[in-house]
Design a protein around this ligand. Structure first.
Ligand SMILES: [Zn+2]
Length: 158
């Protein structure tokens, strides 16, 4: 089954100001778009800008509609939404519940973006419990941990 392109770059340019399009392109190129998940016509991803933004983009019938956690108030697409749309145009998305493709390059796998806000929210106790669990499981990590603590002892004792 052949799928028609969801959106083209020239169509995308209609839905964004020149400036948003340009900045969004910059974000996309430097790898600021996290993993994009497709659920029907809705694409969701985190974009690392001055903060981490969550973007939901609905793409249907060649049109794109955004919900982004940034303060951009216009109806047109913000730079974060443009960045996600470019990833979608390039086919850089996974279907919801689908396993990620086996051959995934490092840039399309920025899991750090997704855990960063969780890390900020988690309390010290659950973080150190998690660390303990990891260290118990993995000898290589134990070695890294010992090396890290002997190299930067002050950051840990603070
Ligand atoms: Zn935005």
């Amino acid at each position: 089954m052949q799928e028609r392109p969801l959106l083209t770059k020239s169509a995308l340019q209609h839905f964004a100001t020149d400036r948003s399009y340009e900045n969004g392109t910059g974000y996309y190129i430097k790898g600021a778009v996290g993993k994009v998940i497709r659920d029907g016509t809705v694409f969701t991803a985190y974009v690392q800008g001055s903060e981490l933004y969550k973007v939901r983009l609905r793409i249907a019938n060649g049109r794109a509609e955004k919900h982004c956690s940034c303060a951009y108030a216009k109806d047109s697409l913000c730079k974060h939404a443009v960045a996600v749309a470019l990833a979608v145009i390039d086919g850089q998305y996974a279907l919801i519940d689908a396993k990620p493709p086996v051959q995934q390059s490092a840039e399309t796998e920025p899991m750090l973006y997704e855990v960063e806000d969780l890390l900020a929210k988690a309390d010290e106790r659950s973080k150190s419990a998690f660390l303990r669990e990891l260290l118990a499981k993995n000898a290589e990590l134990r070695e890294l941990f010992i090396r890290y603590t002997t190299q930067y002892p002050t950051t840990l004792s603070a």
